[in-house]
Design a protein around this ligand. Structure first.
Ligand code: NAP
Length: 336
């Protein structure tokens, strides 16, 4: 089979195609014929050696992928040959709270999905909704679940409340879509004016462009009466404005603490002193949250937004395109 492996870290050149034997499942393992994968910001951090969790050398990258089960171990009960599945980001985190014992991640400390076949523990496999194509089904594991956890993990925003999303990456667009499912109103900010119309078409009620309206926090607060929940994917570049935009008892789910240059989020004391905003953190989500999200996705026949699809042989090009940052939705790589 064909696999990509990261034998060293430090850039796209380190992503090497290898030909190796198809894995055989152990008693509790399954083999998945991978039909599509997708990229997340963390995959570029793993590639560049800047991810906070140290990746295993020689890893098959990518947490996100979809495919069909082609072989199962003797003791497997959760899935059968022929099932359409994806893998859970934290392969050992089934439910409850995250703790150090379940920190292993696909495509980081465990082999991931950028391969013709993937070997998964049956506990990390989750069945996919029927209405999704392979390319669509390969986009939910990290960005989708992160957005779902931001919306549903603590206090779920009520219908009619305002949710703010930042940018046009995978997490932001899933957050926009899930907020609409919850009956919320959505404000979105983007650094690129040409994306405003697409954000509106996806359901954003209000869109601000950061270059045209650098003080968008005040404008949003005036227009909405205050944002109830911010899905903060912008980090240091947007956090202060997100805080200004928030309602008195608003919540900010802070998903990005540092930017790619190492600059950290700073809390502007003068603003925060006048605010009772709760700042929350989360890390993607558990398998049970993934199952809950995919049940909602199936019920509402929700489709992800795909920016671009690359052939398997052009995985490096996909990384390059993703790293440039000018995306609208998910960057997908077809299976081998
Ligand atoms: N804590 C967690 O569990 C968790 C999980 C997943 C992701 N995250 C974090 O959430 C953030 C979003 O992740 P993502 O995978 O959705 O996509 P992403 O690639 O980081 O987001 C891309 C979007 O960010 C905006 N952007 C502005 N300037 C950029 C630049 N210089 N480089 C890249 N993007 C830029 C762009 O939107 P506009 O063009 O519209 O401005 C772009 O479409 C990342 O920082 C990621 O690390 C955290």
């Amino acid at each position: 089979m064909q696999s990509y492996r990261l034998e060293e870290f430090g850039g796209i050149k380190k992503l090497a195609m290898r030909v190796e034997a198809v894995p055989q499942p152990g008693p509790h393992q399954i083999v998945v014929r991978v039909r599509a994968t997708s990229l997340n910001r963390r995959d570029t951090m793993i590639l560049n050696g800047t991810y906070p969790l140290t990746p295993r050398s020689g890893i098959i990258p990518l947490s996100d992928g979809a495919g069909e089960v082609v072989a199962i171990g003797d003791a497997v009960t959760r899935v059968a040959v022929g099932d359409r599945v994806t893998g859970s980001y934290f392969a050992r985190w089934v439910d409850g709270r995250m703790h150090p014992g379940v920190v292993d991640q696909l495509g980081c400390t465990l082999d991931g999905m950028l391969s013709e076949y993937a070997l998964l523990d049956e506990q990390s496999a989750v069945r996919l909704p029927d209405h999704l194509s392979w390319q669509e089904a390969a986009t939910f594991t990290c960005a989708g679940l992160t957005a779902w956890s931001a919306l549903t993990g603590a206090e779920i925003p009520k219908p009619g409340q305002w949710v703010l999303t930042i940018g046009s990456g995978g997490v932001a667009l899933f957050a926009l879509q899930f907020a609409r499912l919850a009956g919320c109103r959505v404000a979105a900010v983007t650094s690129r004016a040409e994306k405003a119309e697409r954000l509106r078409a996806l359901g954003a009620d209000l869109v601000f462009t950061t270059a045209e309206t650098p003080e968008w926090g005040t404008k949003l607060r005036e227009a909405t009466g205050g944002i109830d929940l911010v899905v903060e994917t912008g980090g240091p570049a947007t956090f202060a404005q997100s805080l200004i935009a928030s309602t008195l008892y608003g919540r900010i789910v802070l998903l990005t603490v540092q930017d790619q240059h190492g600059k950290s989020v700073e809390i502007p004391g003068a603003v925060y002193q006048r605010s009772l905003v709760t700042i929350g953190r989360l890390f993607v989500g558990s398998r049970s949250a993934l199952e809950a999200m995919l049940a909602a996705v199936a019920t509402h026949r929700l489709k992800p937004v795909i920016d671009r699809v690359f052939p398997f042989a052009e995985a490096r090009e996909a990384y390059r395109h993703f790293q440039l940052g000018d995306v609208f939705g998910k960057v997908v790589i077809d299976g081998a």
